[in-house]
Ligand binder design. Structure first.
Ligand SMILES: NC(=O)c1ccc[n+]([C@@H]2O[C@H](COP(=O)([O-])OP(=O)(O)OC[C@H]3O[C@@H](n4cnc5c(N)ncnc54)[C@H](OP(=O)(O)O)[C@@H]3O)[C@@H](O)[C@H]2O)c1
Length: 272
């Protein structure tokens, strides 16, 4: 059976590593032409080599924190392929750090990449999609864009913004045939955990990519995965008292971990 993505044109920011790389490869397998974006030549060259078997793979260096780079990225895809069917605003960094020790530079860095990078992508892709009368923008938020873990205030500030913005856009542009999806992963084994231990419950990036594309195909509003993250979100949303107990214990464990120099990477699911 022909895939929904067959013959389609996609741009994937952060397409050189982790979830974005896996989405790029899965889209290529399903017949799309994909422009994989990274900010560094080295990561682009590495991805180019490992995806060389796919003749519809394209690569571009662009820093999504720079508006002109994002404009060039969209213009290049449209000039090369005549249209843009999918934009995955996926590039992003993590940050788990007690808020009292965050510098303003740390706040600025994460907001520039995780939020402004997404805003620029939407700003330059929307006119193209409106003009062609269709399109789908998929923004990577996080489980921390719907549940707010302690010591992740800066990360949550960006990811809640992405979740809210995407939901508002989904309804604003429904009548224009432009779809919007928010992706909320919990732990996926990628370079985002460089320097710390990969959590034991992390799923592989290629599994994440298949879950994401199955949801995108159905034009789902919110793709929350893996299953335990969805269950956690539903349990905490349904029971405010449980959520309070859970979050207070989470904060206590994270603080204790920071003080001992052994970061607490789990969640207090023994309270559920
Ligand atoms: N992994 C998880 O457990 C997890 C959980 C929830 C949400 N997420 C979200 O998923 C997204 C992808 O994360 P990941 O885990 O796949 O991370 P990753 O493996 O570290 O990949 C990050 C990607 O972003 C690119 N990038 C970084 N800065 C950029 C910039 N300024 N301009 C353009 N590209 C840039 C990197 O390429 P260069 O090195 O070339 O710049 C790389 O391709 C992020 O938004 C993250 O917040 C991840």
């Amino acid at each position: 059976m022909k895939s929904t993505f067959d013959g389609k044109i996609a741009v994937v920011t952060g397409g050189t590593s982790g979830i974005g790389y896996a989405v790029t490869e899965e889209m290529l397998k399903r017949g799309a032409t994909v422009y994989a974006i990274g900010s560094r030549n080295e990561s682009i060259e590495k991805a180019r080599k490992s995806l060389a078997a796919y003749k519809n793979s394209r690569f571009l260096v662009a820093d999504v924190t720079v508006a002109d780079d994002v404009k060039r990225m969209i213009d290049t895809a449209v000039a090369g392929s005549g249209r843009l069917d999918y934009l995955f605003n996926n590039a992003g960094i993590g940050m788990t750090h007690p808020t009292r020790y965050l510098t303003l530079d740390m706040w600025k860095k994460i907001i520039d990449l995780n939020l402004w990078g997404v805003i620029y992508g939407i700003h330059f892709a929307l006119p193209v999609m409106l003009e062609q009368g269709s399109g789908h923008i998929v923004n990577t938020s996080s489980i921390a864009g719907i549940i707010a873990p302690p010591a992740q205030a800066a990360y949550c500030a960006t990811k809640y913004a992405v979740t809210g913005m995407t939901e508002a856009l989904r309804y604003e542009f429904a009548a224009d045939n432009i779809a919007f999806t928010t992706v909320c992963p919990a732990n996926v084994a990628t370079a985002i955990f460089a320097g710390t231990e990969i959590p034991k419950d992390a799923i592989p990036a290629d599994e994440a990519a298949r879950i994401i594309l199955d949801g995108v195909e159905k034009k789902e509003a919110l793709i929350i995965f893996p299953e335990y993250a969805k269950m956690l979100y539903e349990r905490l949303s349904a029971d405010p008292a449980l959520k309070d107990r859970f979050m207070l214990e989470y904060a206590r464990r994270r603080k204790a971990g920071w003080e001992r120099g052994v970061p607490y990477l789990g969640v207090p699911d023994d309270l559920l």
